[in-house]
Structures are given as C-alpha cells and as structure tokens.
Design a protein around this ligand. Structure first.
Ligand code: ZN
Ligand code: ZN
Length: 103
C-alpha cells in the first residue's frame, strides 16, 4: 500500500487509490457496516499499482494486450523491457534501451 492516487477509472478527477498494491475505484463502494474499515470499495483490485507494484503491472499489460491482439512478447535481455513482435524477431531493436536484442 502506498499513497498513489491516479485517474485510472475514467473520471477526469483522481479516482483511483492503491490498496495493497492494487488500484480501487474511489467512486465505488460503501461504508463498512462492521466498522472495521473506513470504506469498502467494490470496483477494482485487478489493476496493479504503477508506483508500488510495477512488476505486476508489466505482467498485467502483457496479459491485457495478449487478449486484444494475438502477438508475441519477450523480455529484452539487456534492460528487461517487454517487447512486442511487430516486424518479426529477426532484427528486433529494443524500444527501451535501443539495443539489438540478438547481439
Ligand atoms: Zn501502490
Ligand atoms: Zn532493452
């Protein structure tokens, strides 16, 4: 959990809050009838927090993109950035570090 606040749920004001590394929609939920928590969020919990949970974020993006386009991914062996196979792997330049991953 960190103090991340972002606009990840479609509002034009900050509407996302980080709880245990995952983002929740601040516009969702209700107060906790048991009084144990200040507020119970009902929408969220799937988007990893970019601030305190970035490794899961890459994995999440990977899975999300995988569902949209049937494309191949691999990790740059030099910087660890996630690369997409747009033009075939034969001559792939890493878009993050600019190095040819096959050299
Ligand atoms: Zn966080
Ligand atoms: Zn790289």
């Amino acid at each position: 959990m960190c103090d991340y606040i972002g606009k990840d749920f479609g509002a034009d004001y900050p509407d996302s809050i980080c709880i245990n590394g995952y983002l929740w929609d601040m516009d969702s939920g209700h107060s906790d009838p048991s009084g144990e928590f200040d507020w119970l969020y009902t929408n969220g919990g799937e988007m990893p927090c970019p601030e305190c949970n970035p490794s899961n974020l890459i994995q999440g993006m990977y899975e999300e993109n995988q569902n949209i386009i049937d494309s191949d991914y691999m990790e740059c062996p030099i910087c660890g950035g996630v690369l997409r196979d747009d033009y075939g792997w034969a001559d792939q330049i890493c878009e993050y570090c600019g190095k040819n991953i096959w050299e």
